[in-house]
Design a protein around this ligand. Structure first.
Ligand SMILES: *Cc1c(COP(=O)(O)O)cnc(C)c1O
Length: 381
């Protein structure tokens, strides 16, 4: 069976990147590795749209989330967590575990936070030292309004810490221009790599905060990492092969162009939403949809978990299902990373066929046709 990986992480890895990573391992304390590292380092600054250093950690994305908390805060300090899904919940759990006082702004799943609600909470609790949010909340396929939140945090002594794990490289999120203080990304999403690398960049004022932050840290000591980064190396043994792959993936993105990559992924998302509408299926996030993935409610009579398993195991098409309150109720189709129009056609075609198999009266080809209409815009002259 041929397999199609269309889940919002891990995402497909291009052959070029796989081949780069298949090279024999080299030693990391060498000029040869430093050269590769230096190129990856420059590429990451371009991707993050920042003049700051972007640190590379050997961890999944959550490692960089934890590093953000432990390097920027002291025990008992107050933070505001925007919690509108599984990953927002993770910010709250990490912050709570490290003894921060967490104010949670709960957002209904499928909705984006209202900037006015953030403003009110910041007014009410003047001691809040940081706001933690997802740019793209992958569990609900929603984008939170980071530019509007940044406009609030920029004016006060409150850091804005953004989980951009399904945003960086997916849509325009210029770190420096917006005034994001901490931006986090991960290898297995838009970066077209296997899991195992996490990335984090800090603003000038965030680096100032690091100097006084008292929470304990050892492996994820960002000041120590930054010192090493200036010498084109890492504090600990780096994930050498992944960094070799990262250099290649960044080269691919540069050849495509950042705006073109954003447009390509946005087009897949728009095509998928058009297909869902044409099929009479409801979107999880109709108002502020993420271009990283589209959540679609399955018809009430269909067991969503079984549908996703059938698509994966019998048809070779891997989507993500729903978590917690969305378990068994939704499918999530990914658009981020190495995904193009014909992956989207596969996704919609497979979804239609699977729904028919599960007894739904969808018209075959109706969603595909709607998607094709949108995707025509991406064809060259
Ligand atoms: C994938 C993801 C993460 C990181 O999860 P890991 O499993 O630790 O890589 C964090 N936040 C968001 C929004 C994600 O999509």
């Amino acid at each position: 069976m041929k397999h199609y990986l269309l889940a919002p992480g891990p995402t497909p890895v291009p052959a070029r990147v796989l081949l780069a990573m298949a090279q024999p391992i080299i030693h990391h304390r060498t000029p040869q590795f430093s050269q590769i590292f230096a190129e990856a380092k420059e590429g990451l600054k371009w991707l993050f749209q920042t003049s700051q250093d972007v640190l590379m950690l050997a961890a999944s994305g959550t490692g960089a989330m934890e590093a953000a908390v432990t390097n920027l805060f002291s025990p008992g300090e107050e933070v505001l967590v925007i919690n509108g899904g599984k990953f927002g919940e993770r910010w709250a759990k990490i912050s709570g575990r490290y003894g921060l006082k967490v104010h949670e702004l709960r957002v209904e799943w499928g909705k984006a936070v209202q900037p006015e609600a953030v403003a009110q909470t910041l007014e009410r609790h003047s001691q809040i030292r940081g706001v933690l949010v997802q740019a793209s909340e992958t569990s609900t396929t929603v984008c939170h309004p980071v530019p509007e939140i940044a406009a609030l945090t920029r004016q006060r002594d409150t850091l804005l810490i953004v989980d951009g794990i399904t945003a960086v490289g997916v849509y325009d999120l210029p770190m420096d221009r917006l005034g994001i203080d901490v931006l986090v990304a991960g290898s297995q999403k838009a970066l077209m790599l296997p899991p195992g690398l996490a990335f984090i960049a800090l603003s000038e004022r965030a680096w100032e905060r690091v100097k006084t932050a008292q929470l304990p840290r050892f492996y994820f000591d960002l000041a120590k990492e930054r010192e090493n980064l200036t010498k084109d190396t890492t504090a600990w043994t780096p994930a050498i092969s992944l960094i070799v792959g990262l250099r290649e993936a960044l080269a691919m993105l540069r050849e495509e162009g950042l705006d073109q990559a954003f447009a390509r992924q946005a087009r897949q998302a728009a095509a998928t939403r058009a297909a869902a509408n044409a099929l009479g299926l409801q979107l999880v996030a109709p108002d502020h949809p993420s271009p990283a993935a589209t959540g679609i409610f399955v018809p009430a009579q269909v067991p969503g978990g079984k549908l996703v398993a059938y698509l994966r195991d019998r048809m070779g098409v891997t989507f993500a299902g729903g978590q917690d309150q969305f378990k068994g109720k939704i499918v999530r189709i990914a658009h981020l990373g190495f995904i193009d129009s014909f992956d989207t056609i596969v996704a919609i075609g497979a979804l239609e066929m699977a729904l028919r198999k599960f007894g739904c009266a969808v018209e075959l080809g109706r969603g595909v046709g709607a998607a094709q209409q949108v995707l025509m815009a991406g064809l060259p002259e």
